[in-house]
Design a protein around this ligand. Structure first.
Ligand code: SF4
Length: 314
């Protein structure tokens, strides 16, 4: 990719691709998938993980699998029994009925589509759909927004071509000026996925999510990003302003817009990098806390057993 004289001013798509190239070198792409769950299990895992620490949602998922032998048993169990099984995650009283509701709807929709008896509780059929159609099918269920849809397609055994955007990923993209600060996590999925080269395969799309997320976890921290050792500092208006570089004498918002009233050496401001619905006090399924605990990819990569380990989104 041609690099302009001032990489800070690259168009968003060019900046995204250059950041991808640099961060892929830094984080050793291709990055191994951390899950191999079937798509329905990935959906349940993702529903449990909303706004929950990975370790806790992983324990809740494992407890659920141990208590109930099948997803049909979860669907048909008394809600309090499901709630007890997932008590370790946040809002079990809301997640238990939601998981059961989703399982019932999957059953009903698959039966209506002619799925054989006993095979209704499966999302394996999504493999035959285009990513857009698979997203649309999933999106008709309550609580299954763009991030969960992408997680099911990308992280499950479907290994689909879909770009999840978590709060780390979103924060890095905003600070680099790839997307505006006003674009919340949900709608940012379509915008950022549209910037990706159409010939990228599923692994490359997954890598893109992973490297931006890892960069948010390991360098571009929410409260105090380590700009001085950042591989993409020259591309980043936010980082350059923090370190007193360009734009000279000015600071910028998290999205890179000039903040004329602020000094060049400011620290991060409260709420900066908070994404969309993130930080609100509800279990919005497609939100995560603004200061979600960073997760290490090492831990995630160890989670190769389908019923163990941390889930993707908090
Ligand atoms: S320069 Fe700083 S703000 Fe910009 S991406 Fe790097 S760590 Fe984040």
């Amino acid at each position: 990719m041609p690099v302009s004289a001032d990489p800070l001013r690259l168009p968003p798509r060019d900046k995204l691709l250059l950041a991808h190239e640099r961060l892929c070198a830094a984080y050793a792409c291709p990055i191994p998938y951390f899950h191999g769950l079937d798509p329905l299990s990935e959906l349940v895992s993702s529903l449990l993980s909303h706004r929950t620490r990975n370790a806790d949602s992983g324990r809740a998922f494992k407890a659920l699998r141990q208590k109930f032998p099948t997803w049909a048993a979860v669907r048909d169990a008394p809600t309090h029994a499901v709630q007890d099984a997932i008590a370790v995650c946040t809002w079990p009283e809301q997640k238990a009925p939601r998981v059961q509701d989703v399982l019932r709807r999957v059953t009903e929709r698959r039966r209506a589509a002619g799925a054989p008896a006993g095979e209704e509780l499966s999302l394996d059929f999504l493999a035959a759909l285009s990513p857009a159609d698979a997203r649309a099918w999933l999106g008709q269920m309550p609580g299954v927004g763009p991030k969960t849809q992408a997680a099911v397609l990308s992280f499950s055994s479907l290994r689909g071509r879909a770009l999840p955007v978590d709060s780390h990923h979103h924060r890095v993209a905003v600070r680099l000026g790839i997307i505006p600060e006003s674009l919340a996590v949900g709608p940012s999925h379509a915008v950022m996925e549209a910037m990706l080269p159409p010939d990228w395969d599923a692994q490359q799309v997954y890598d893109h999510h992973e490297v931006l997320m890892l960069h948010g976890q390991r360098c571009c921290f929410y409260a105090a990003p380590a700009c001085e050792r950042c591989q993409v500092l020259d591309l980043c208006p936010h980082g350059r302003a923090r370190l007193g570089g360009e734009p000279a004498g000015a600071s910028v918002t998290a999205a890179g817009r000039p903040r004329p009233s602020a000094g060049g050496h400011r620290g991060p401001v409260e709420g900066e990098g908070v994404t969309g619905a993130a930080g609100k006090g509800s279990p919005d399924p497609d939100a995560r806390p603004a200061e979600a605990k960073p997760r290490s990819s090492q831990r995630r990569r160890k989670s190769t057993k389908p019923d163990e380990g941390p889930t993707l989104f908090g």
